[in-house]
Design a protein around this ligand. Structure first.
Ligand SMILES: C[S@@+](CC[C@H](N)C(=O)[O-])C[C@H]1O[C@@H](n2cnc3c(N)ncnc32)[C@H](O)[C@@H]1O
Length: 285
């Protein structure tokens, strides 16, 4: 089902998001504010696909698909409208679908720019992503870091299969490996990363955390305990304000200046401009 036509045209793909430091200085823990265009307010509660997702929240948080087939339709949309072998065009097609056809729980374009900047600055060779969904953020990272290998952990085998189809179409399947599992599954996925994918101490340059919110902190602690990070490794965490990962945020606060240096980016939940969110970019020191 298409969203209300009144909604269409309220946004521009090219609308720039300006990252302005609300506070910057030598003190620890910086906050930055991402401004959306005030004339282009997008209220998600006017979208049937967003309301439907809220109604199906219980299912979404257990199966990690909304339940109306939108994720499978997204893949058909990308395959039909994005130029093969063109990562940027696949990203464009996914944003187009999420704005005009059905809301998706991708990191989205506004927060995606914060992710892009962190990746570009870190120049990673190896990225670990927690939470693939349909592959949108992995595509953004593959574009921002053309020399990186990305290993994306995904709980849902169905989502992994959808993402792989998009990666193949975009021509980045040799650079993005989706591993079905979770870091908390008793060692199976960790062992796969070690045995099959060469995860060794100090080998991970960037982690993007965007999966179950209550797994953010335990999975970060596991990654720290494994020693996979090095000084200068960067961890980017989405949804820290909404739906929220308060334990993760508190951990980064108390580790500030000792193990981590964090910038909090004030931004919005994906594909709308009403609900606020925080993206944390933390550098290992
Ligand atoms: C918000 S979506 C990820 C969006 C994706 N990063 C993007 O921006 O395109 C969350 C995904 O995490 C997956 N997930 C949930 N719990 C997980 C866990 N413990 N480990 C790995 N993946 C998990 C879900 O199946 C879902 O596909």
């Amino acid at each position: 089902m298409q969203d209300y036509p009144a909604y269409v045209g309220l946004f521009s793909q090219d609308a720039a998001v300006h990252i302005r430091p609300a506070f910057r200085g030598p003190e620890a823990h910086t906050t930055r504010t991402a401004h959306d265009h005030p004339t282009r307010k997008i209220n998600p509660f006017f979208r049937w696909s967003f309301l439907k997702m809220l109604l199906n929240m219980k299912r979404l948080l257990t199966h990690w698909q909304v339940g109306d087939g939108r994720e499978a339709r997204l893949v058909e949309h990308v395959l039909a409208t994005a130029r093969p072998g063109n990562v940027g065009d696949a990203i464009r097609a996914i944003d187009e679908f999420a704005y005009h056809t059905a809301f998706l729980i991708n990191v989205g374009d506004e927060k995606g720019r914060i992710l892009d900047d962190a990746i570009t600055e870190a120049e990673p060779r190896r990225i670990l992503e927690l939470g693939t969904y349909c592959g949108y953020s992995a595509l953004r990272m593959a574009k921002a870091a053309p020399d990186a290998q990305i290993f994306s952990i995904e709980f849902s085998a169905d989502n992994a299969a959808l993402a792989r189809r998009i990666f193949a179409h975009a021509g980045v399947d040799s650079r993005i490996t989706v591993v079905v599992g979770t870091l908390g599954d008793g060692g199976k996925t960790v062992q796969t990363l070690v045995d099959l994918h060469g995860f060794t101490p100090g080998s991970v340059d960037v982690v993007f955390v965007d999966h179950a919110k209550d797994a953010y902190l335990p999975d970060l602690r596991l990654i720290e305990d494994r020693g996979w990070l090095h000084t200068g490794s960067v961890v980017v965490a989405d949804n820290v304000k909404f739906p929220g990962a308060p334990e993760y945020r508190a951990y980064m606060h108390q580790a500030e200046g000792r193990a981590w240096r964090t910038t909090e980016h004030e931004t919005h939940v994906e594909y709308q401009s009403l609900l606020k969110d925080l993206v944390l970019v933390s550098e290992r020191i």
